[in-house]
Design a protein around this ligand. Sequence first.
Ligand SMILES: Nc1ncnc2c1ncn2[C@@H]1O[C@H](COP(=O)(O)OP(=O)(O)OP(=O)(O)O)[C@@H](O)[C@H]1O
Ligand SMILES: [Mg+2]
Length: 510
Amino acid sequence: MEKKCAIEMKGITKRFGQVTANDSIDLRINRGEIMALLGENGSGKTTLMNMLSGIYQPDEGEIYEDGSRIYIRSPREAYEYGIGMIHQHYKLIEVFTATQNIILGLNDGKMDIAAAEARVKEICSRYGFDIDPGKKVYDMSVSQKQTVEIVKVLYRGADILILDEPTAVLTPQETQKLFRVLRNMKEDGKAIVIITHKLHEVMDVSDTVTVLRKGKYIGTVNTADTDPQALTDMMVGHAVSLNIERPRYPDPQRKLIVEGLTVVDEEGIRRLDSVSFTANTGEILGVAGISGSGQKELLEAITGLYPVKEGSIRFIGSDGSETELVGKTPKKIRETGIGMAFVPEDRLGMGLVGSMGMTGNMLLRSWKNGKGALLRKKDPEALANRIWKDLDVVTPGVDYPVRRLSGGNVQKVLVGREISSEPAVLMTAYAVRGLDINTSYTIYSLLTEQKMKGVAVIYVGEDLDVLIELADRILVLCGGRVAGIVDGRTATKEEIGLLMTHFDSKESGE
Ligand SMILES: Nc1ncnc2c1ncn2[C@@H]1O[C@H](COP(=O)(O)OP(=O)(O)OP(=O)(O)O)[C@@H](O)[C@H]1O
Ligand SMILES: [Mg+2]
């Protein structure tokens, strides 16, 4: 069946200084269809879509809607053409309710809230959204905030919807819910573009897949006629192996012994409750759990960033000596000569200084609100250059501000820097979130390389398929408690999934 073309982009080129983000791209977006937009980090996906959402204007090329040439000069004009984009970073006002946020900026404030709320409810029931129109944004989960953003776009009459990595912050269950809504919108005749790096999501939700590579249009294929391997090859431009090696380290030794670790947050809630486990040299210890099960607190407690209420964290030196880490600041831990590296979840907030280039960021580590710690003075530029090359960071140069890099490339800089510090313990939280598939595999092999050098790697992850391929053991957290520690080589996803959700009172620890 011939689909009706909603948007046609012809010969679109967009440059930022010396970077050509989009190079003469031709693209069609059809109504009644979900198109996945796929490409490596920095390949130009967000930029291309931002020219439809009115954030950027093309340097060259033309845009047509239903066959007529259009010019989109602002997000407001984009709405007038029925185009709405849900960005990666939400722009909601925390103290406003869902409805207040949805109608914000419309009709110059003369607004009938009751009527607006009724319309919001109507949109929600039509597509299967689940929101409380009167709920304040600060009380909402990430997924609820995202729902508000989508409803906001629909409220403004959008029938062409663009979602930029919407699932990066969602749990698998929330993702399925979002996909049901997207399918309903497609049935309703809307045109949908979804950007995601997760190939199983592409296979699951899309009708067609368009691939960009290094700013160029590579092609569009029907999802039914392709598979993850073929898509990866198309994205990267050559054959890529999607296998994770899991060699065994000959002589693992205990490196960190965590016992009865309990932390309490500002509201007095136990975020970790008597957590006990051991992390060994030459081992990747995976940490699985529904988001917010204590993963963040665990890594921050070990690094000295989160106050510990009870319990101990002992570091075993290469001579067998034990050092208690509880009560020590990150600085103190470093001064003791204990090499710990940490790739936090919040990259620009906690990991890197956005206004500085790669070189500057090699010198500094800014865990927690700018309280920077000097890392190393030796040859930051050589190190920056090495990471640039080894991890294929897309940037014009090592002095280019990292905040201008695409999301995935920011992460490469951070991971590269942390690994280069040759730590004894390497901790990563969602190390591959936002990374394209090829770079994700590069990170997996870097972590495995570290493990085979005898590093104790703690890998907090959300993709169970990856955890059971990569990790030697997997610690499953549920509500701040250890629900189980399983062997990565024999565990099944089902088994881990059950532990993640059903805490049974089985003794934790080993
Ligand atoms: N405002 C900007 N100023 C300078 N360069 C930019 C700007 N926005 C994007 N770029 C550059 O354009 C290129 C394409 O970036 P874009 O964000 O479109 O990539 P992407 O495909 O969305 O990547 P990711 O998967 O990592 O999100 C990158 O090299 C990026 O550094
Ligand atoms: Mg992007």
